[in-house]
Write a new protein. Structure first.
Length: 119
C-alpha cells in the first residue's frame, strides 16, 4: 500500500507562484511514474504533469506548459510541482498520483491540496 501526502497549496494572486510537494511512503513499492492531476469545481479531474522515474521523462498538459515544472527527489520518493505565473483558471484541488509499473494505471492517490488563484 502506497501512501501519498501532498503539501503546499494555498491562496495566491494571479501571477504568483506556488510549489506543491508529494511524498510517497509505504512498504515495498516501486515507482514507475508520479504525476499531478487537478480537479476544478464542477469539472472532471484532469492530467497536469508526470515524471517517469527511470529516465526522467516528463509530460505536461498544454494548459500548463511553460508555467509549471515537475521535478523529483529520488532519495525521498518525492515529486514537486513548481507553478509559476498562476492564473485564476488554475484554481483546483491538486492531486498527486503514482503508477508502480508500466502496465498499471495510477493506482495510488493523495488526499489533494487546494490551490486558489484570485485576480
Amino acid at each position: 500500500q502506497v501512501h501519498l501526502v501532498e503539501t503546499g497549496g494555498g491562496l495566491v494572486q494571479a501571477g504568483d507562484s506556488l510549489r506543491l510537494s508529494c511524498a510517497a511512503s509505504g512498504r515495498s513499492f516501486s515507482t514507475y511514474i508520479m504525476g499531478w492531476f487537478r480537479q476544478a469545481p464542477g469539472k472532471e479531474r484532469v492530467f497536469v504533469a508526470s515524471i517517469r522515474w527511470s529516465d526522467n521523462s516528463i509530460s505536461y498538459a498544454d494548459s500548463v506548459k511553460g508555467r509549471f515544472t515537475i521535478s523529483r527527489d529520488n532519495a525521498k520518493n518525492t515529486v514537486f510541482l513548481q507553478m509559476n505565473s498562476l492564473k485564476p483558471e488554475d484554481t483546483a484541488v491538486y492531486y498527486c498520483a503514482l503508477r508502480t509499473t508500466a502496465w498499471a494505471n495510477f493506482g495510488s492517490w493523495g488526499q489533494g491540496t487546494q490551490v486558489t488563484v484570485s485576480l
